[in-house]
Design a protein around this ligand. Structure first.
Ligand code: ZN
Ligand code: ZN
Length: 170
């Protein structure tokens, strides 16, 4: 993704949150649209961990159709090494049910929703990278009326990690 540094809300908000940590480590967030939902043994050995989160988001297609989804799946992989931390984020895309031949689209997520996803991620980082005793932040999305989820158009459904599937844990 070609983006101007500092103009992406995910990167901006994450940096601000992590600047407030007491540990003085430097954390960065990058996008990676090839992340896999499971770690390979080599990655595990290198200290990588996984966090999945869910969010509301809104999709806008060039055919002018738009929709809100309660099934925006966020997959984070994170690692702290020495005084640096790195988070990789894959945001799962959805296709448009109106024109159906569009490329898969990335959702727009409000700052408030992004912060809630980070609440969960950061609680995991504090626990798994710094040994803090923190409660997991579960995301129970409040009910919002949305169109039925179209599984055939959802990238996360295709690889079996979507919101309403069995393996929601962790
Ligand atoms: Zn469309
Ligand atoms: Zn799905």
């Amino acid at each position: 993704m070609a983006r101007i540094p500092g103009k992406n809300p995910w990167i901006d908000l994450f940096s601000k949150r992590m600047e407030n940590l007491e540990y003085g480590d430097r954390w960065n967030l990058n996008f990676n649209y090839h992340l896999k939902p499971d770690l390979e043994p080599g990655q595990r050995q290198e200290g990588w961990k996984i966090c999945k989160a869910w969010s509301f988001g809104r999709f806008y297609c060039h055919c002018s159709h738009s929709w809100t989804s309660a099934h925006v799946v966020l997959l984070f992989q994170y690692r702290r090494k020495k005084n640096r931390g790195l988070v990789l984020l894959r945001i799962f895309r959805q296709g448009c049910r109106n024109c159906r031949n569009s490329p898969e689209l990335k959702p727009q997520v409000t700052h408030d929703q992004i912060q809630k996803a980070f609440d969960r991620l950061i609680s995991k980082i504090l626990k798994n990278c710094y040994g803090e005793m923190v409660d997991d932040v579960e995301r129970n999305l409040p009910y919002r009326k949305t169109q039925p989820h179209e599984r055939s158009l959802c990238e996360a459904c295709k690889i079996g990690i979507c919101f309403n599937q069995d393996n929601v844990g962790d």
